[in-house]
Design a protein around this ligand. Structure first.
Ligand SMILES: Cc1cc2nc3c(=O)[nH]c(=O)nc-3n(C[C@H](O)[C@H](O)[C@H](O)COP(=O)(O)OP(=O)(O)OC[C@H]3O[C@@H](n4cnc5c(N)ncnc54)[C@H](O)[C@@H]3O)c2cc1C
Length: 398
């Protein structure tokens, strides 16, 4: 089998790339491979499937016939084990060979697991298959009490979805706040308050010390001394980038993932990378960070595609590292710095429904947290990218 353009990973970056390639090259053959057996779906909406507000099909990225109509070969349930860059081919776990002219690695991330907490009744919340397994187990075992380990984005989203299903939710978080990557202390208090009102029990500054299972009930001993009895455990302690395929063939990587140049090409010729598998420069933080948002992965997929079709035709310039979501009836965006030194100005606004914090130096916005009712998100995004100055009055009047 041969493709002019081969893509490993059919999610935000991979599907955006395939779509863009087809819009630029109507003839070239495109193969888009994924190890999951699901039609590509929007991971940001997994929570709606968990709360049974949507079906898996309803969160598909593209309509049913899209790939067929665009003449893109979507090869699902197929895992790539190895890339052979000299031969320009990849090897699947079934030992099948697929040759390519240009390759995109958009393999994203996988969920972290905890070695000592595993087995039946323990799940991640990272992909659609996880949601199927959670729902099946939950129904078969009449689950009512659930422990979520990790109060990051997926942990908080899962708590919101499952409490709506009538479950008792306990969250254990090692750090002192929820969404520690995204919220300052005050914003965390604001959210914790809302979560408690929704019935969630949050144990912060706490870790799991021991977990035993007897007759389908987990007995979980926490570092705080409390013991929780639950029928199900979700591990949402973050994700790891799928960089092995790249590393094995000597593609350069660092602690933020696969290294790419401004055209999103890796250190190996004709091999590009995009999405959560790469690192990017945050304009606000002035340092490299991991990519972690859907819109940015889509943007990168499209830019990589353009360069795959026509070499060095489009640069990836300023990244928008603004994470957004919605939970407990609160909208949320966060990006850049979470705390400020003496040289920076901090502007905080809070009422019963919202909390905003902006950190700036002169007129340059360096950090933002907005939770509750959002305003002027487009303006804030552009300011955080350094494209426009940030002015508090302009924001407040918006
Ligand atoms: C529960 C959850 C909620 C989220 N909510 C939000 C949100 O509200 N807003 C937001 O902006 N972002 C959110 N994100 C993050 C967002 O989903 C990611 O930034 C985005 O999916 C990254 O896209 P990607 O294409 O780079 O990688 P991924 O979406 O991780 O996809 C990578 C794909 O590669 C496949 N793959 C990996 N290795 C192989 C291999 N060897 N062979 C074949 N296939 C392979 C995987 O199966 C996967 O489908 C959320 C993520 C999760 C897990």
């Amino acid at each position: 089998m041969y493709y002019d353009y081969l893509i490993i990973g059919a999610s935000a970056a991979g599907v955006a790339a395939a779509t863009k390639i087809r819009s630029l090259d109507s003839e070239g053959t495109i193969g888009c491979i994924d190890k999951q057996d699901k039609i590509p779906y929007n991971t940001c909406l997994l929570v709606d499937v968990l709360s049974e507000e949507k079906t898996g099909k309803e969160i598909s990225i593209k309509p049913d016939l899209f790939f067929e109509e665009k003449n893109i070969d979507l090869l699902l349930d197929m895992s790539i084990e190895k890339i052979e860059p000299q031969e320009k081919k990849v090897i699947t776990s079934q030992k099948k060979e697929i040759s390519y002219d240009t390759l995109l690695i958009s393999t994203g991330t996988k969920a972290r697991s905890i070695g000592s907490i595993s087995g039946q009744g323990v799940f991640n919340f990272h992909e659609l298959g996880d949601v199927d397994r959670i729902q099946e187990y939950s129904k078969n075992n009449s689950v009512k009490n659930i422990l979520i380990i990790g109060a990051g984005l997926s942990g908080v989203e899962a708590a919101d979805a499952l409490v709506k299903e009538g479950c008792n939710i306990f969250i254990v978080e090692r750090q002192s706040k929820v969404l520690p990557e995204f919220l300052n202390d005050k914003a965390s208090h604001f959210l914790v308050d809302r979560m408690k009102k929704a019935g969630i029990t949050i144990l912060s500054d706490t870790t799991v010390q021991k977990c035993e299972k007897s007759e389908e009930i987990f007995s979980v001993t926490c570092s705080s001394g409390q013991t929780l009895s639950v029928e199900m455990i979700l591990i949402t302690t973050g994700s790891m980038q799928n960089i092995c395929l790249a590393e094995e063939i000597g593609i350069k990587t660092d602690s933020c993932g696969v290294i790419v140049n401004e055209y999103l090409e890796t250190s190996k010729k004709d091999i590009f990378a995009a999405g959560d598998v790469i690192g990017l420069i945050s304009p606000a933080l002035q340092k490299k960070v991991r990519n972690g948002t859907w819109p940015e992965a889509v943007k990168q997929g499209m830019i990589a595609a353009q360069n795959m079709v026509q070499q060095e035709s489009r640069k990836y310039e300023v990244a928008t590292v603004l994470t957004s979501s919605r939970f407990f009836d609160l909208a949320f965006v966060s990006g850049g710095l979470l705390s400020a030194d003496d040289k920076k100005d901090v502007f905080i606004y809070q009422d019963d429904d919202s909390y905003y914090c902006f950190i700036k130096e002169k007129d340059r916005l360096l950090g933002v947290v907005m939770i509750g009712q959002l305003r002027a998100v487009g303006y804030v995004r552009r300011a955080l990218m350094g494209l426009i100055p940030f002015d508090r009055d302009t924001f407040l009047q918006s």
